[in-house]
Design a protein around this ligand. Structure first.
Ligand SMILES: Cc1ncc(COP(=O)(O)O)c(C=O)c1O
Length: 376
């Protein structure tokens, strides 16, 4: 469910031109490696189909998602580019994977057998990517298992081992020794496969952070997620992100105003009695939309009338209450910027994340589907 700005004064704006700008920057940096755009979790909250279309228009040659439903939704929207499923899926989904020509990740013989049989039944040849666990210990065959698994895949007439890949655990900390260790292990697997006569077209390891800072990890493609959205993969790679621009804004309008006297509190719990009499603006967005309840306990500002304003009390499910101080000119319908720019000021999803002790990924993925997304 989503509502538009005319029926509800809350809106996410996604600037697809900025997605393209960010993709183009990374594409140039990693060339000649390909860029596959990671659009799982509804394109990190930005809208999977629209982000996918923008990324492909900017030169990405493939897409990555987490689950089969996400891949099917992209296919149903008419997207024909390769779509990699980033981890193994339950065997009962093999038929669907083949039917929609998604590219599954494989890491076990069970998964390979199930996909080979579904592909044989549908008389198709399915591309698969084998994932190797080189240290993240989340998904993947061990380097030793990978060799026999690759042999097993290459024996199937209905499967093509298009890719071999791994995933870094600490790419956002470029000096961490685990990066070099994972690369060493991955390179040795690729070399062993080559010695066995197995040379997949796509070798990949890099997420955004590694794409930005680790040229040795580029191989033949990178999996670009957070940097495409203009957000930071981590503070350890901040300098390399200076040309990226956040593509998402979160705006609302003031829905009510009232003067509240000093000593009175507002919202549930009445937890913060006002120091001075203030204009309190009600804004119709809450934690059900993705504004974390804990944000009211931080100093993250909300922008109204070009000013920094602060949370006056707890975030409620559908509304927040903002302390506008003595600015009595603020009125119903005035624009409220939660994420984005207003006048001289700006607030980013990364600002929210820093204040809350989390990462920008969690903030944008947490923006609820009920908020209307407008594409610019
Ligand atoms: C396997 C894999 N590759 C690539 C990415 C993209 O990472 P990032 O958003 O840091 O670029 C993710 C994201 O979680 C992932 O799980």
């Amino acid at each position: 469910m989503s509502t538009d700005f005319s029926s509800r004064w809350v809106r996410i704006g996604v600037h697809t031109g900025l997605i393209q700008h960010n993709v183009a920057i990374i594409k140039e940096r990693v060339a000649p490696a390909d860029v596959w755009a990671v659009v799982k979790a509804n394109g990190y909250g930005h809208g999977a189909v629209e982000v996918a279309q923008a990324a492909l228009a900017a030169g990405a040659t493939g897409l990555c998602v987490a689950i089969v439903d996400e891949g099917v939704a992209l296919r149903r929207a008419g997207i024909t580019a390769p779509i990699l499923l980033l981890s193994e899926q339950p065997p009962e989904l093999s038929e669907l994977i083949v039917g929609y020509m998604l590219t599954p990740t494989v890491a076990t013989t069970m998964s390979v057998a199930s996909l080979a049989s579904a592909a044989a039944q549908q008389q198709r040849v399915l591309n698969v990517h084998m994932k190797v666990d080189t240290g993240m210990h989340r998904v993947g065959a061990t380097p030793r298992e990978a060799l026999s698994l690759a042999r097993y895949i290459s024996e199937s007439e209905n499967l093509e081992l298009e890719g071999v890949y791994t995933h870094f655990a600490v790419a956002d900390q470029p000096d961490h020794s685990a990066n070099a260790q994972q690369l060493l292990l991955f390179n040795s697997v690729v070399e062993d496969l080559r010695n066995m006569g197995i040379t997949p077209a796509l070798i990949h390891a890099a997420n955004s952070a590694a794409a930005l800072v680790n040229p040795e990890a580029h191989f033949s493609m990178v999996r670009l997620g957070i940097a495409m959205y203009g957000l930071l993969p981590g503070h350890g790679v901040k300098d390399e992100c200076s040309a990226l621009i956040p593509a998402l804004t979160l705006r609302a309008r003031v829905s009510a105003v009232r003067w509240v006297e000093a000593g009175e509190g507002v919202s549930y719990g009445l937890i913060k009695p006002l120091q001075k009499g203030s204009l309190i603006a009600t804004v119709p967005i809450g934690y059900a939309d993705g504004v974390p309840r804990a944000l009211a306990d931080t100093s993250v500002p909300v922008l109204i009338n070009g000013h920094h304003c602060s949370f006056a009390g707890r975030v409620t499910m559908d509304q927040i209450l903002i302390d506008c101080g003595s600015d009595t000119s603020i009125t119903i319908g005035d624009e409220v910027v939660l994420i984005g720019k207003q006048g001289e000021h700006s607030v980013t999803a990364d600002d929210w994340a820093d204040a809350l002790g989390t990462i920008g990924y969690e903030i944008v993925c947490g923006l609820s589907p009920r908020v209307f997304r407008q594409y610019i």
